[in-house]
Design a protein around this ligand. Structure first.
Ligand code: RIB
Ligand code: CA
Length: 323
């Protein structure tokens, strides 16, 4: 079976970490590398966290490259309130044993696109800063990008940023505008679907009993779920893992094509994603937007990931991680 080649760009972040676990456990995906964004925490912290997850999984073969330390034009805005001072508070991860890639995230992504014999899917689950710079600096490589499957925005409900905007888009709205106007096919997993794609608080014990990786997912859900439990949610939204789950099994989601634009001027809506859900404005659709999910089957997929990722554990002895 031909695996889908992907590059993950993330800001771990508890839900980013679960997305990495799911991606690295899947037989359907070939993770060419992980790059890091400044979002949930500073770039140094999100980078260390990405390395720590790979080390925990026994995956020193997965190269990690550090991204830009700030959004294009807006100030750094982190989410320690949700992810803690380290960006991944709660579980204890091992110190990474392999060094970072020497290249920056953008140069690393460009090289991987150049080297790939087939178009690559980009999977950003943090602010889109690195992706925007990649598109601006290497326009000739746009043809090597198959799709951008991102977590961000919301066209119908909710926000996790300020005002009406979702965090990833709000942190770097100008980068998001570059991505959404690039002409590259976008799959947008926004809060409309990710807020309802949850690990139930009563389901965490299933993960705790599913080996060391399952137990890590439970620990991640424990910490990330604190705030949601306090305000009466019945589960932990695993926002970022929806991107990977979509690539593994698109039937898990109900999607709708529409034109999505980024508001860059609203006093209260700056960074919001404005979706023309019913095509009334006559603009060309640029995104396939997630609207609903089969939550139970999503949880089953995650549970299987724990077992799948166990297989990778112990590879550390064989790989240096630089490639
Ligand atoms: O709004 C949810 C998004 O913001 C997720 O990617 C989470 O990790 C945070 O980055
Ligand atoms: Ca994220």
């Amino acid at each position: 079976m031909n695996k889908i080649p992907i590059l993950m760009d993330c800001d771990p972040g508890h839900d980013d970490a679960i997305a990495i676990i799911l991606a690295l456990s899947s037989e359907k995906l070939n993770v060419l590398g992980i790059t890091t964004a400044c979002g949930n925490q500073t770039i140094e912290k999100t980078t260390k966290n990405a390395q720590g997850i790979c080390e925990f999984l026994g995956r020193r073969d997965v190269p990690v490259a550090q991204g830009r330390k700030a959004p294009l034009l807006t100030p750094v805005y982190t989410a320690g309130i949700a992810h803690g001072e380290s960006g991944l508070d709660g579980p204890q991860l091992p110190e990474p044993a392999v060094p970072l890639q020497e290249e920056s995230a953008v140069v690393f992504m460009a090289r991987k696109l150049e080297e790939s014999g087939e178009p690559v899917t980009l999977v950003p689950t943090g602010p889109l800063t690195n992706i925007a710079v990649l598109l601006l600096c290497y326009p000739h490589l746009i043809q090597k990008i198959d799709r951008i499957v991102l977590m961000g925005g919301s066209v119908v409900s909710g926000c996790s940023g300020r005002g009406a905007s979702e965090f990833n888009i709000m942190v770097d709205p100008y980068a998001a505008d570059i991505v959404f106007t690039s002409g590259i096919p976008i799959v947008m997993m926004g809060l409309d679907v990710t807020n309802f794609t949850t690990i139930g608080f009563d389901e965490k014990e299933k993960f705790r009993r599913a080996g060391r990786v399952g137990a890590l997912v439970a620990d991640l859900a424990d910490y990330f779920g604190r705030g949601f439990e306090m305000v009466g949610w019945c589960g932990v939204p695993v926002h970022d893992a929806c991107t990977i789950a979509y690539l593994i099994d698109p039937t898990l989601f109900t999607m709708r094509e529409m034109n999505v634009r980024i508001d860059l001027s609203g006093e209260f809506t700056m960074g919001s994603t404005v979706g023309d859900s019913y095509g009334v404005e006559g603009r060309e659709a640029n995104a396939l937007v997630g609207l609903a999910s089969d939550r139970e089957r999503f949880v089953e997929l995650l549970l299987g990931a724990g077992a799948g990722a166990e297989k990778g554990a112990g590879r550390n002895e064989q790989n240096s991680g630089l490639n």
